[in-house]
Design a protein around this ligand. Structure first.
Ligand code: CP3
Length: 346
């Protein structure tokens, strides 16, 4: 498949560690409920219909490029399409989030999970990627993604969101044989899924380990890191970002043991700490607290400028420390992006 030449390559340059006039910017959950244009589509089609219909996923992916003018697009989809492809029903319940009614409660259920024909089962994602690449026509690069095995495991065992994911952690201690089986199958599925996304046109990838921070450093080394490293090695031909939210203690190991181009940071890590740990091995991405987008715009811009000064303009991708929330005024999202673009002049 031949695609148009890339006009804005700031994001890919920053991932490769090449010199840039200013850092690129995108926002996690940049396509979503804070945009009235997204809500208009959300009123007509339920969540997974939006994910499974390439024309809708494409339209939603491109909305923030037109409206808030970020330097990269991230495909509209969800990390929970992997449990779906592994045979689990996922419901997206308004006001509550995802629910997996048939979540894993026993060793037998964990051993029964087998990754089979994942790219074929998620062919609608590949179609959405190819269509979006064509529609973007080289304006900005397109990011594909998957959840990290630990985070997917959390949902498959817990069956819903949780502050502590205590059922998922308990499962690891109770069933030391079947828990790794499940993580290995999720890893295999994720690798095939990410490789197929690249084939379909994704130019960079991000792996979201949203719940890594629930683990102690020792448990992170056992239940999260090995699988992140396996995925990273398998996608080493494509620039990719590992975002293990809250796992500041794993930065050094992720930087030096993985093939990642960048590491994502939550707002729990200072730019200085992260840079000291990773040296020049990787670029850093993050980490503005999305709650701070509610600051009055002049103060918001001041704080964004300060963040850029602390990270430095090179080997840095400006982003939030976690996803956008639905209550953020669009003007404030635009101001965040503008503030980063202004850094070209300081
Ligand atoms: O714009 C983008 O970032 C791309 C699209 C995207 C979504 N989910 C769309 C979505 C991405 C990258 C994700 C990843 C995702 N999904 C993660 C990892 C990142 C993170 O936020 O930690 C996780 C843990 C999920 C699982 C998930 N999906 C949850 C917990 C929820 C409910 C959260 C909420 O705010 O209600 C979802 C639903 C979801 N996925 C929404 C969107 C835009 C909101 C629901 C809706 O729009 O109807």
């Amino acid at each position: 498949m031949a695609f148009a030449e890339l006009k804005n390559d700031l994001f890919l340059r920053a991932l490769r560690g090449e010199e840039v006039p200013r850092p690129p910017v995108w926002m996690m959950r940049q396509a979503g409920r804070y945009l009235p244009e997204y809500m208009e589509i959300a009123r007509k089609y339920d969540f997974f219909t939006r994910c499974e219909t390439p024309e809708l996923a494409c339209e939603i992916t491109v909305q923030p490029i037109d409206i808030v003018k970020t330097d990269a697009a991230i495909l509209f989809s969800d990390i929970l399409v992997i449990p779906q492809a592994l045979g689990f029903e996922v419901q997206m319940i308004k006001g509550k989030g995802p629910v997996l009614p048939g979540h894993i409660k026993s060793e037998e259920a964990a051993f029964a999970v087998l990754a089979e024909d994942i790219p074929a089962k998620l062919d609608y994602v590949m179609k959405a990627i190819t269509l979006t690449r064509q529609t973007l026509n080289g304006r900005v690069p397109l990011i594909g993604f998957a959840g990290a095995p630990w985070t997917i495991f959390c949902y498959m065992v817990e069956g819903q969101g949780s502050k502590s994911f205590s059922l998922a952690k308990k499962f690891c201690y109770q069933y030391p044989d079947s828990a790794p089986h499940l993580m290995k199958e999720i890893t295999r599925a994720s690798i095939e899924y990410l490789q197929a996304q690249v084939q379909a046109g994704a130019q960079a990838l991000q792996v979201f380990d949203s719940w890594a921070g629930l683990l102690s450093p020792e448990d992170f080394n056992e239940w999260s890191l090995p699988y992140l490293l396996e995925i990273s090695a398998a996608i080493s031909n494509t620039p990719h970002i590992l975002f293990a939210k809250g796992a500041w203690y794993g930065l050094e190991r992720m930087a030096f043991k993985s093939q990642a181009s960048a590491l994502g940071l939550g707002w729990d890590v200072s730019p200085e700490y992260a840079r000291e740990k990773v040296g020049d091995r990787v670029s850093l991405q993050g980490n503005f607290d999305p709650a701070k987008l509610h600051l009055p715009i002049p103060e918001l811009k001041k704080q964004v400028h300060s963040m850029i000064r602390r990270f430095g303009k090179q080997r840095y991708i400006a982003n939030l420390g976690h996803g956008m929330t639905p209550d953020i005024p669009v003007d404030h999202a635009k101001a965040f992006v503008e503030a980063i673009k202004e850094s070209e002049f300081f």
